[in-house]
Design a protein around this ligand. Structure first.
Ligand SMILES: [Zn+2]
Length: 343
């Protein structure tokens, strides 16, 4: 249960999009299909929830006064707050490993959508993770979007626009969401005092995503970044001699036990650190401002050309890690050798 019904003012950032959506609401002209897309953890779903609450609020069907919706006090708003509104449905991907939205799940809400709304004048269906609809599910949704049931609004939420079938895309109004600015992200993190031990630092590494910041805080993301920095320093001989093969194999064995997503965190930090050294060398402020001294030290271990090669090695390694069947251990060992020996 939500303590408060989320309102437009609870959305941090995305000012233009919020403005545009509110205008649609105030004019009483909201398309039957919308697609909110952009990186995860930045507020797309919250925005979808607020839009849904606005559409279901009793005031929506009044001639004026729409600027104050969701009103928070009508029967519909109360049901939304209790998460019991009968005309509001959310579909999210399910599954153990590979999460997908299956055709049965879409069929079920479409079945609902065809019935007369119970409490409000329309139904709102959010499909969160629309990029994980399988083809059958997407096609079944397409039929409904082609012949809109007049009183139903679909809000699709996805990370990438490119992963939505073109036929579906052509029937929804797409709205692109961008990562939050550092200040906006910090505002969100500061809303939960004590939850994030180092909000400023998290802001630096979370790529404008509150979801990612939360994940990093929970799974030791900051420690991982520090370790990634140390690995790079070791490999470049910043702290004595460069590691030999037994040492690299030992590292491979240790890191090979990590999950792909944990490992991709390390790879992400390697790339970011190298990017930052290049930024500094170009006279710009590094993203990881708190690591400036370490970055300076590491930068002495590279020529400009070696840095460029290192950046290429890292993007290729990231690609291999995320697209090939190479074991984590082999991937780490190969990468360590390449990074160490770049000349
Ligand atoms: Zn209301």
């Amino acid at each position: 249960m939500m303590d408060n019904l989320p309102s437009w003012s609870s959305i941090v950032g995305h000012r233009e999009k919020v403005h545009r959506l509110r205008q649609m609401v105030e004019a009483g002209r909201v398309p039957h299909g919308l697609l909110f897309y952009g990186p995860r953890g930045i507020g797309k779903r919250l925005t979808a929830n607020v839009l849904a609450a606005s559409l279901l609020c009793e005031r929506f069907d009044l001639a004026d006064g729409k600027e104050n919706i969701p009103c928070g006090v009508c029967a519909a708003c109360r049901e939304m707050r209790e998460q019991t509104h009968p005309d509001f449905q959310v579909v999210v991907p399910e599954g153990e490993k590979l999460k997908t939205i299956k055709i049965e799940m879409v069929r079920e809400v479409i079945g609902q959508a065809q019935k007369v709304p119970v409490l409000s004048r329309r139904r709102v269906i959010i499909i969160d993770g629309a990029d994980s609809m399988n083809e059958a599910a997407a096609n079944s949704l397409l039929k409904t979007l082609e012949e809109p049931v007049s009183e139903t609004v679909f809000i699709l939420v996805a990370e990438r626009q490119a992963s939505i079938l073109p036929t579906i895309l052509s029937r929804v109004t797409p709205i692109a969401f961008s990562p939050l600015s550092d200040d906006e992200l910090l505002t969100i993190l500061m809303r939960s005092p004590g939850k994030y031990p180092s909000p400023q630092l998290l802001t630096l590494i979370a790529d404008g995503s509150a979801g990612r910041a939360q994940e990093l805080a929970e799974n030791g993301g900051l420690e991982r970044r520090a370790e990634a920095l140390n690995i790079l320093k070791e490999l470049r001989g910043c702290c004595g001699k460069k590691p030999d093969m037994p040492e690299i194999f030992a590292r491979g064995e240790k890191m090979g036990k990590l999950s792909r997503s944990e490992l991709s965190d390390y790879y992400h930090y390697f790339r970011r650190i190298v990017e930052d050294i290049r930024r500094m060398e170009a006279g710009m402020v590094p993203r990881y401002r708190d690591l400036q001294a370490d970055l300076q030290q590491l930068s002495a271990a590279y020529t400009a050309e070696q840095l460029m090669k290192t950046a290429d090695i890292l993007s290729e390694a990231y690609r291999r890690l995320t697209t090939s069947n190479m074991t984590a251990r082999l991937s780490v060992e190969a990468l360590m050798i390449e990074l160490r020996d770049v000349a």
